[in-house]
Design a protein around this ligand. Sequence first.
Ligand SMILES: Nc1ncnc2c1ncn2[C@@H]1O[C@H](COP(=O)(O)OP(=O)(O)OP(=O)(O)O)[C@@H](O)[C@H]1O
Ligand SMILES: [Mg+2]
Length: 246
Amino acid sequence: MTTKKQENQLTEWQRAQFATEHSNRVLLYGLPGTGKTYFGLNYAVKTEAHRLICTEEMTDADLIGCYKQNSQGTWTFHEGVGIKAWRTGARLVVDEINRMNGDVESRMMALIDSTASSSWQHPDTGEVVKPHKDFSVVATMNGLPEDLAPAILDRLVVRCEVNRPHPDALASLPKYLQDLATKMTDPDMGTDRVSLRSFVDFEAMYRKSGNLEFSTQVVFPNHHSDMSDVIRVARSSATPAEAEQS
Ligand SMILES: Nc1ncnc2c1ncn2[C@@H]1O[C@H](COP(=O)(O)OP(=O)(O)OP(=O)(O)O)[C@@H](O)[C@H]1O
Ligand SMILES: [Mg+2]
């Protein structure tokens, strides 16, 4: 018997959707290849979305901007993606936030801070820029939130763990692959788990080559003989309309 509480239980992606619709600062974390970046760039976005990929080498220039010389030799300030997103109220997807280096941490803290306390002054014009009311951040990472510096974590209090592929990602695969992809991408598969990206790549390779054997060998080297059998059966039992679609 399911209780009222269980009926109201959201799936992990429903939680992420609700969080992103109702909060301007959300951290999505979990296993690779589930659709976190795609979600940040495409879901509950009000105007446009910019992606900021965090790396060991990133600098303030990536977030805020830097001076660049034009062909006439004049130096002007070019705003970085963070300030652009502040101005327009865009979504800023701070991808792989755990890979950010310590040098940009304080800049990042200022960028993703609550809008009331944030501002930045343009070095040439003196203009003070504050985040647009629609500005939002979706940060993504593998691993656990505790891997982040406490001050960054304190600015991302809405945290959603997602370990299964987004349902739209599974639905975008041809019908004959969907059940298999759902099963193989499940976190309960442990070390046998296969990333959704493998299914996306397999589908493209098989569609282009028409060679099931080789495509499974190349994309699923550890499971290829089982995979090719299951896919062959799934394809042969597809309805003509489904086979046409795939
Ligand atoms: N909602 C979706 N609709 C259609 N395809 C999707 C969707 N989400 C993800 N995909 C597909 O899955 C691939 C992987 O998604 P994405 O890069 O967002 O994963 P991720 O969770 O950010 O992975 P990582 O943790 O490794 O960065 C995408 O390139 C895209 O092909
Ligand atoms: Mg990603």
